[in-house]
Design a protein around this ligand. Sequence first.
Ligand SMILES: *[C@@H]1O[C@H](CO)[C@@H](O)[C@H](O)[C@H]1NC(C)=O
Ligand SMILES: *[C@@H]1O[C@H](CO)[C@@H](O)[C@H](O)[C@H]1NC(C)=O
Ligand SMILES: [Cu+2]
Length: 142
Amino acid sequence: MEARVAVLVLLALVLVPEACRAERFVVGDAARWTWGYNYTDWVIRKGPFFQDDTLVFTYDPPNATTHAHSVYMMRNLADYQSCNLKAAKLVAGVAEGAGAGFEFVLKKRKMHYFVCGERQGLHCTAGQMKFIVKPKSSVCRD
Ligand SMILES: *[C@@H]1O[C@H](CO)[C@@H](O)[C@H](O)[C@H]1NC(C)=O
Ligand SMILES: *[C@@H]1O[C@H](CO)[C@@H](O)[C@H](O)[C@H]1NC(C)=O
Ligand SMILES: [Cu+2]
């Protein structure tokens, strides 16, 4: 029985092409989620993104020496551009980026306006901690 299951798993791995699996991206790669990194540029280099891909936000919890970061989703482009957090939705709090980080699965094929919400929007305006992702419909990559 065990062997039969193992064969089935192996078969599934062989039959599903590598290119058709959702991927996992650490936002900012080695820079992680931090002040002053150009995430707009990161999105251009890493994209396109597909539905069911996972974005991982990793950042240290705040202490005496490190600044706090967070993840918010803006409601629309205007709020994103002006870094107006009034109607923004909290995605991950200041302590949620610790360790392996916070995972966000791109389930919907809509515009996702991600920003850091710290310092009343200063991390968004001056710190470049913002980016837009619109996942494509298929997880099959070129
Ligand atoms: C960030 O990268 C984008 C895309 O490459 C570029 O248009 C923009 O000018 C950059 N911003 C800064 C502040 O360098
Ligand atoms: C604050 O956090 C950073 C990053 O996790 C760590 O390297 C540093 O030792 C911490 N400092 C204090 C005072 O706990
Ligand atoms: Cu921040």
